[in-house]
Write a protein that binds this ligand. Structure first.
Ligand code: DAT
Ligand code: MG
Length: 136
């Protein structure tokens, strides 16, 4: 059964004109862009999206970063795409993310309070369903 995941191209990715490069990697892998929009989310939407991180030291910097510019939201579709996109993105820290991944190839530490790592991808079927209903 085909599944869907939420991919966000964060404000750093949009500012650096990497929308095309990130989507290219998803499409080249064989996944389909089923829905796509560019938006400036409200704090309320982001608070719901990142509810699991409320209270952590990086929460406020994360919110400010995510509010700092436009975001591209994508419903990406394909068999095992939730797991597959997380592999394409690479781990959270772009400094140690392997070359070949989005974060490893395109990201680095810029000395900011919150790590800027270009993309978000849902981490489970439950997260994907919850997050897709928030953003679409
Ligand atoms: P991921 O985006 O890989 O799923 P996450 O859900 O744990 O990571 O965290 C959400 C975002 O918050 C992450 O993309 C970058 C930031 N972040 C996470 N852990 C952090 C930390 N220890 N220090 C600074 N920023 C962090
Ligand atoms: Mg996460």
């Amino acid at each position: 059964m085909t599944e869907s995941t939420l991919v966000l191209i964060k404000p750093d990715g949009v500012r650096r004109n990497l929308i095309g490069e990130i989507i290219r990697r998803c499409e080249q892998k064989g996944y389909t862009v089923a829905e796509l929009k560019k938006i400036k989310p409200t704090r309320e939407l982001l608070a719901q999206h990142y509810a699991e991180h409320e209270g952590k030291v990086f929460y406020e910097p994360l919110m400010e970063f995510m509010l700092s510019g436009d975001i591209v939201a994508i419903r990406l579709e394909g068999n095992r795409v939730i797991e597959g996109f997380r592999v394409l993105a690479g781990p959270t820290d772009p400094t140690t993310a392997a070359p070949g991944t989005i974060r490893g190839d395109l990201g680095r530490d810029w000395g900011t309070k919150v790590v800027q790592n270009l993309v978000h991808g849902s981490d489970s079927a439950e997260s994907a369903a919850r997050e897709l209903s928030l953003w679409f």
